[in-house]
Design a binder for this molecule. Structure first.
Ligand SMILES: Cc1cc2nc3c(=O)[nH]c(=O)nc-3n(C[C@H](O)[C@H](O)[C@H](O)COP(=O)(O)O)c2cc1C
Length: 200
């Protein structure tokens, strides 16, 4: 006689096993792309290592929506605690085209699509990016740029990056006011990133 009880239990177990193998397949799936960002909050004296910086907030949302691996670029030496001293120092570094070392190497050579985000500093990128751009070959890669700023939008960043990354396909993705990056609630941030990614 057909045993319904056994058949049902067997069926449930088979479905459970399938679920387990599907979730491990998902866990093992390679991440699509890399998101690399920098934020002042983690790079100044009296900053907050555990706080979420403005550019970091955008980076985390992009990583979430694109299933990307998140990387952070950090300076070796921290900027001063006083904002004005930091802006003065950054201005000098830009004028002198200083190549600032990174605290840790960031290797994204395995990825074809790389999202790179930064605060706009004197209309360009923070000079620690100069050593990141020199540290590997970006030719043939898609570089999607996101910038937070106080009004300059991308400034000269797209052109400066094209110069620093010969052969890369450098594409503007998103520019966001610092006040929005800070004040948007989660739904607004999700929507802003969704809209930008949708235009690619
Ligand atoms: C050194 C320095 C230079 C800046 N230069 C500009 C600028 O040229 N144009 C602009 O709109 N905002 C400028 N800002 C403001 C930042 O781009 C903006 O606040 C950004 O969102 C900060 O991001 P973060 O908190 O993730 O570091 C500058 C900030 C600093 C610290």
């Amino acid at each position: 006689m057909f045993n319904w009880r056994k058949a049902i239990i067997g069926g449930v177990m088979a479905i459970a096993a399938l679920g387990v193998s599907m979730s491990s397949a998902l866990a093992a799936a390679p991440q699509n792309a890399a998101v690399v960002y920098y934020t002042l909050l983690h790079n100044r004296l009296e900053g907050d290592e555990n706080g979420i910086g403005k550019t970091q907030r955008v980076a985390m949302e992009i990583a979430k929506q694109t299933n990307s691996q998140l990387f952070e670029i950090k300076n070796v030496d921290k900027y001063p605690a006083a904002y004005g001293d930091t802006t003065d120092q950054a201005r000098d570094e830009l004028d002198q085209k200083v190549v600032l070392p990174m605290a840790e190497p960031v290797d994204v050579s395995a990825y074809k699509d790389i999202y790179i985000g930064m605060p706009c500093w004197w209309s360009s990128y923070p000079r620690v990016f100069a050593s990141f751009f020199q540290s590997q070959d970006f030719s043939g890669k898609n570089i999607y740029v996101f910038v937070t700023h106080g009004g300059s939008r991308y400034g000269r960043i797209i052109n400066d990056m094209k110069e620093a990354m010969p052969g890369a396909n450098v594409v503007p993705l998103l520019e966001m006011y610092d006040s929005d990056a800070e004040d948007y609630d989660d739904a607004e941030m999700t929507e802003a990133v969704q809209e930008a990614l949708g235009k690619l």
